[in-house]
Write a protein that binds this ligand. Structure first.
Ligand SMILES: [Zn+2]
Length: 483
């Protein structure tokens, strides 16, 4: 019997919510899977951000290697599929003749042809081509497929509390997004006996940002629990001669919104690593930003040598000594007895990225990279209820014919999954991968299929237009990713 791998991405799903809801039997399908197979804490990337983490998942390489940090390229434009320079695991599998359906994987826009089908993600500008092959796109358009929430969704900004009716509308829109994804996934699942099937539900992340652990988010998880069961049922009914390995994964954890904003430029200035900027100078620069419509902090590189991002800094001219001293100093900084950073990571200088330090703040402190912020630490003002910049602990639930059941919760790394998924299909993990295999958890086939290697199909590269970025940026702003 043919063994296949189905992967369901629940963006930002966390054990903080899942554990109590599984215990209370609110999610019957996920509960059954967890009992039959194993569960794991899935350690994400640093930074634990959607685009960084899903890129690591699809390539099996670390952020220091693939260079996708956050949503924006240092030049200020959005990252897209052409910025990923390593083969995705389904492309490697295609070299061995494996067919895949990849639905809503982040950073797959602009669309690259696939041995199977592909639907791009929420970073796709409205109106752009979003699916391969074209017949699939036509089918999805006909059924009013929603890639993401409508761009005018909920109509509130992070700094204004939403009205009860705006919240109700948003919740309805999130549920309708799940229904649309379920319908498309069922149609695609029935179509062919795919070797690899991936579908991402972004609804968990959206609901947690706005509602965190409230009943709205439970309803979202329950709806997804049903959707997963239905998609698998549709596939099994259409292709009874397959055995399905199921992986439920998330790209990072989540935590209640931080109490304080920490402005990183003033912090570095206070620690003596940057010149202090007098208030009149900051006011002058703020005025300049308004006039020149410079939207992103990343464009204000003229301010100083080190360039600060929410997740770390680049500082091309700094000596290894200065970097070590800075890392050491940051690791010790406290505010009211609490450490601001939970992790400081020095990026090896031989790495091709310009980043020198990556950091993870404690959940109490939200990193703010705005170079024009005058204040150092101040109460966070936002209508968002939760975020994930400080929690890299995602989830994994695995069950199926090639999964070893385990009682105890395991600890795995997101970067390892690509290689393990390929190995489940009898394909050796690619040499560029940073991942490790878990033979104690997955039953890999004895014989690897390396003799069946085919030449990879040539990939055409359509261009994304810069004006597309504006609409996507507006959405990211609503989720608190852009100031
Ligand atoms: Zn995410």
């Amino acid at each position: 019997m043919k063994k296949v791998v189905f992967i369901f991405g629940l963006d930002g799903a966390t054990w903080k919510l899942l554990d109590p809801w599984l215990k209370a039997s609110h999610l019957p399908f996920l509960q059954t899977l967890a009992q039959r197979g194993f569960t794991a804490t899935l350690k994400s990337t640093i930074p634990p951000l959607t685009s960084t983490a899903w890129t690591t998942f699809q390539t099996g390489v670390t952020p220091e290697k693939h260079h996708i940090f956050g949503f924006f390229h240092p030049s200020g434009r959005l990252y897209n599929s052409h910025d990923i320079h390593y083969p995705k695991f389904w492309q490697t599998a295609a070299n061995y003749g494996k067919r895949s359906a990849i639905i809503n994987m982040p950073l797959t826009y602009p669309i690259q042809p696939n041995n199977g089908c592909l639907v791009s993600s929420f970073l796709t500008p409205p109106g752009a081509d979003f699916a391969y092959p074209t017949q699939l796109q036509l089918k999805l358009l006909k059924s009013h497929y929603q890639i993401d929430l409508p761009s005018n969704h909920h109509g509130f900004a992070p700094e204004t509390p939403p009205s009860p009716s705006a919240k109700r509308t948003l919740h309805r829109q999130i549920l309708s997004l799940i229904a649309s994804r379920e319908k498309a996934a069922i149609t695609i699942a029935k179509q062919e006996a795919w070797d690899i099937f991936f579908v991402l539900f972004k609804a968990t992340d959206l609901s947690q940002h706005f509602f965190w652990d409230a009943k709205e988010t439970l309803a979202v998880y329950q709806r997804i629990d049903q959707a997963i069961a239905k998609i698998l049922h549709a596939y099994k009914t259409a292709h009874p001669k397959t055995k399905v390995n199921i992986l439920i994964i998330s790209d990072h954890g989540f935590h209640p919104i931080s109490k304080y904003d920490v402005a990183l430029y003033p912090l570095l200035a206070k620690l003596g690593f940057l010149p202090q900027r007098p208030n009149w100078y900051l006011k002058f620069l703020r005025g300049l930003r308004k006039i020149s419509k410079l939207k992103y902090t990343t464009k204000l590189t003229f301010l100083s040598q080190p360039q600060v991002f929410s997740y770390g800094l680049s500082w091309p001219d700094a000596s290894p000594n200065t970097i070590a001293k800075l890392a050491n100093t940051l690791a010790k900084v406290t505010y009211r007895g609490q450490k601001i950073f939970q992790k400081i990571k020095i990026v090896p200088p031989n790495s091709t990225t310009l980043l020198r330090i990556l950091w993870l703040t404690n959940p109490t402190f939200a990193p703010n990279p705005d170079p024009l912020s005058g204040q150092l630490i101040y109460p966070k003002i936002t209508s968002l209820k939760a975020h994930h910049y400080s929690d890299p602990r995602g989830i994994l639930i695995a069950a199926g014919p090639q999964i070893q059941p385990k009682q105890k919760r395991q600890f795995l790394h997101l970067v390892d999954l690509a290689g393990n998924i390929l190995s489940l299909l009898g394909i050796p993990a690619p040499t560029h991968s940073n991942g490790r295999l878990y033979p104690q958890l997955f039953k890999f086939p004895q014989r690897q299929l390396s003799s069946q290697r085919k030449t990879p199909a040539e990939i055409t590269k359509p261009k994304s237009k810069p004006e597309d970025d504006a609409l996507v940026t507006q959405r990211l702003r609503q989720l608190g990713y852009v100031d």
